[in-house]
Structures are given as C-alpha cells and as structure tokens.
Design a binder for this molecule. Structure first.
Ligand code: MTE
Length: 328
C-alpha cells in the first residue's frame, strides 16, 4: 500500500532504531518523508507506476501456506437489493491483497503477517450517547443480529477495486438496539491496539494508533452501512479485519475500519487515523468521486484485483441512489 511512503523497514523488528530526536513529532516526520504541503510529488510513485505495482491475477496457481479453512456461515442468504454488474473478485486475490497497516504497509504481505493475531474471543463495546450501551463477545453480537450476505463494490483510494460478498448485518440494526440519544451526531469506530502482534503499531514513528474512523450519524444509519463478520460465505479472515469490520461501499476503503473493538456515539466529530496524519490527502467524508483527484492519483479509473479489468470510476462508487441525498 502506498497511502504513505514509510521508510524502508519501518515495521521490521530488525530495523535500525532512529534516534528519537530525529522524529521529534509526526509533522516533522511527514515533512521528512516528503509530505510537506505542496511538496509530496518528488517522494512518491507516479500514477502510472502505481497502476502497475499489484500482482493482480498471479496468485491462483501459486503454492502457498495461505489459510483458507474458515468456518462457514450457516443458512446465509444473499440480500438482492444491492446488485452489482461486475463479476465477484477472486477470493484468493482478495485474501492476498490487503491494506492493514497494523501489520505491514506491503499489501501483498499482510496475509503472511497475521498468524499471531488472535481474533477470538473478542469483545466489542458500544458506548457513548446511547440509551443501551453494550459490552459483549463478538459471537454473542452475531447471534443477536440477522446475518445476511451483501455483494458490494469496494474502491480503495489507491485506485484498486474489488467486488466481494460480505456477510454481517446492517449497522442500522445495531443502532435500533442501542438507541442513540438525540444529541449523538457522529459514530466513532476504534480498532484494536496490540503492538506485540501487530508490528506496524510498534513503530518508532509516532502514528496515531489505534486506527480510528468515523461517520456522521446519518451516514451510519444509511441502509448501506454494514458491519461485516465474514466474507465469501465464511467467517472473516484476519487480513480482512476479523472478527468484525465496517463496510461503507460509497466511500474510499480507508473508511472501512477493520477489527473493531469499540463503537462510540458522540456529539463532536472524532479525529480519524488518515485524516489526522495527512489531512490534505484524506478528508473526513471520503466519498468516491472520479472528478476529485487525490494529490497522488487521478480517481477517474480503477483496476480490479484478480482480473486486472479497468473500469471508469463512478460517483459514490455507483451507490448514488442510496446516499446522494445525504450530501445535498
Ligand atoms: N482498518 C485498519 N484497522 N487498518 C488499516 O490499515 N486499511 C483500510 C481499510 N481498513 C485499514 C483498515 C484501507 S486503506 C482499505 S482499502 C481497506 O481496509 C482494505 O480492506 P481489505 O484488505 O479487506 O480489502
């Protein structure tokens, strides 16, 4: 992943420890790496190089120790309200091409770095401005909610895309159970923090761990907003954000936070991971829009993982009929 060009070996246990003083603060670090306002281009790959860096479609015949034996989700029914005209992406391609900075910044190596990540038992807390706060095991939560399958498009800000069948439940269903107060205006999602297993969190660089994301309350209760507890008919693999992650298909993928431990309803806008780090590149709303270029990538086209097919990007990632009213 090249959201941010981190120093080579930044997440390697064998890295040479840079003296603390060099990284006096995050801002200085980002400037050092070429992220100073208006000065990023020199430090970054050109768009054409980005488009060719993936190993799309090369995985399927590759012998590997890729874990594929995930428990199936029984009696799963696909919700047909969200049809997608493109083919579903290869599962192997999706399993081996991920963004999960807690483990590594190399997309094709996340799956090799998640073996020690224990995703069960796992507690999820729902807190803040709600009438009925919750603290429960993820499997209890799954039993409480009507689990269904939804095939959604996923569009990363880096211009790669996929179509995958998530399973899980509508976030609005959880909202109905916890009953947000009228004063709740935002929902903050927090990922796990465990540098002992997530070596990316054990970095000399002061990154704002744990990963956090947030939605407005209107976005959160939109029918598309989904908490996913599995993919391709089975439980969630670690690299896709087990045991529970957010899916907001009209937004760039960085909003779809993985491995959630807390969901908090608040009255003020929460600080989020990428927006805190590089606000001029990652805005809070982050709706897919082909006409608004990212400083490093044109957003006009996208390349599917697995097939390598290229499509024109659609506003709201093609989900305008469900969400455009939120932004009038
Ligand atoms: N969640 C956490 N906790 N950490 C991350 O690094 N990366 C985001 C998002 N959720 C990320 C995360 C980005 S940039 C993308 S594109 C998607 O996860 C990728 O999801 P996938 O690996 O399941 O395709």
């Amino acid at each position: 992943m090249s959201h941010i060009i981190l120093p080579k070996g930044w997440n390697s246990p064998q890295r040479e420890i840079t003296p603390e003083t060099v990284y006096q603060n995050r801002r200085e670090f980002l400037q050092l790496m070429g992220f100073a306002v208006g000065g990023i281009a020199g430090a970054l790959l050109p768009e054409s190089a980005m488009a060719n860096t993936g190993s799309f479609g090369l995985f399927d015949n590759e012998p590997s120790r890729l874990k594929t034996d995930f428990p199936p989700v029984p009696n799963l029914k696909r919700n047909l309200d969200y049809p997608v005209s493109r083919p579903i992406s290869s599962e192997v391609a999706a399993l081996k091409y991920n963004n999960f900075y807690e483990f590594t910044s190399e997309k094709n190596k996340v799956w090799e770095n998640v073996d020690a990540f224990e995703t069960r038992p796992w507690q999820v807390k729902v807190s803040g401005l709600v009438k009925n706060p919750l603290l429960l095991d993820v499997d209890e939560l799954i039993k409480m909610m009507p689990i269904e399958e939804r095939v959604y498009r996923h569009r990363c800000v880096e211009t790669w895309a996929m179509v995958v069948p998530w399973n899980g439940f509508a976030f609005s269903g959880l909202m109905a159970k916890v009953e947000p107060e009228a004063s709740a205006k935002y929902v903050e999602f927090t990922s796990f923090y465990d540098p002992a297993v997530a070596q990316g969190q054990d970095s000399v660089v002061d990154l704002p761990w744990p990963y956090r994301e947030a939605l407005t309350i209107e976005e959160a209760e939109n029918e598309l907003t989904f908490l996913s507890t599995g993919i391709y008919g089975h439980q969630q693999p670690a690299q896709h954000g087990a045991p529970i992650r957010l899916v907001t298909p009209w937004k760039y993928g960085f909003k779809s936070i993985k491995s959630i431990v807390e969901i908090k309803f608040t009255d003020s806008r929460p600080a989020t991971f990428w927006n805190t780090l590089i606000p001029n590149e990652y805005d809070f709303t982050a709706n897919v829009d082909p006409l608004v270029a990212h400083p490093r990538w044109s957003q006009k086209r996208e390349k599917m993982i697995g097939s390598g097919d290229v499509y024109a990007t659609q506003k709201f990632n093609g989900y305008g009929e469900f969400v455009s009213h939120l932004y009038l």
